[in-house]
Design a protein. Structure first.
Length: 219
């Protein structure tokens, strides 16, 4: 599956999306008819720190093939009808979505998710970074306490030939509720096992973590 993330900026407290439900689906069919899934992710007012969240939300589109996803990323203004007036696309990532862990009961659109866009460690090659993050760090992060699912999005390798994406990777961790997510983020497994290994491949100063909820528009 190829996934397109469009990170959105909006006024504090504003809903970044213009529509919900059937109206959003109608607009999606007009602007991105080849998308097979569409999720509107809205950032919570409540976060894990007192810092304001880095984004108001994310428009997430999944495609069966790379070409339409790359075209949508290159012409992201075509999707602007999906978000509210005054909202702007602050960053775009299109890549392979890899399911590292997903429990049978996990359903998109339920619970809470942490979104972790980030860059690779300075000086690290793209291929090494993607392999390490997937093969070595993935199994460690898959043991996140009480997580329902864990996904990685790896930018398409050939897109680096035309310039760097907004981020080198996007992590998603899903939990049943905010309290469970908060406890997991404060756990020893997260603070020690994951954080220590992350130093091998990620730039810690680049992480833009925020907590959010999904609205599944097109399942």
């Amino acid at each position: 599956m190829i996934k397109l993330h469009v990170f959105l900026d909006a006024a504090p407290g504003a809903d970044p999306f213009r529509y919900r439900g059937a109206a959003a689906l109608s607009e999606l069919h007009r602007t991105a008819p080849t998308a097979v899934e569409y999720v509107q992710t809205r950032t919570f007012d409540r976060q894990l720190s007192d810092d304001p969240p880095p984004f108001a939300g994310v428009a997430e589109l999944r495609f069966d093939y790379a070409a339409p996803a790359v075209d949508a990323a290159a012409n992201v203004t075509r999707l602007a009808g999906l978000w509210a007036d005054g909202v702007r696309a602050a960053g775009v990532v299109v890549g392979h979505e890899r399911t590292i862990m997903r429990l049978p009961g996990h359903v998109h659109g339920q619970g809470v998710k942490g979104v972790f866009p980030f860059d690779r460690k300075p000086g690290l090659g793209i291929d090494y970074f993607q392999t390490y993050w997937w093969r070595t760090h993935g199994p460690i992060a898959a043991r996140t306490e009480q997580a329902l699912a864990y996904f990685q999005c790896h930018p398409l390798r050939h897109l680096y030939d035309d310039g760097a994406p907004a981020f080198d990777g996007v992590t998603e961790l899903h939990w049943p509720d905010f309290a469970t997510a908060e406890a997991a983020m404060a756990s020893r497994q997260m603070r020690e096992d994951q954080s220590q290994d992350a130093r091998n491949f990620a730039d810690p100063d680049s992480v833009r973590l925020f907590m959010a909820a999904e609205e599944v528009v097109q399942p």
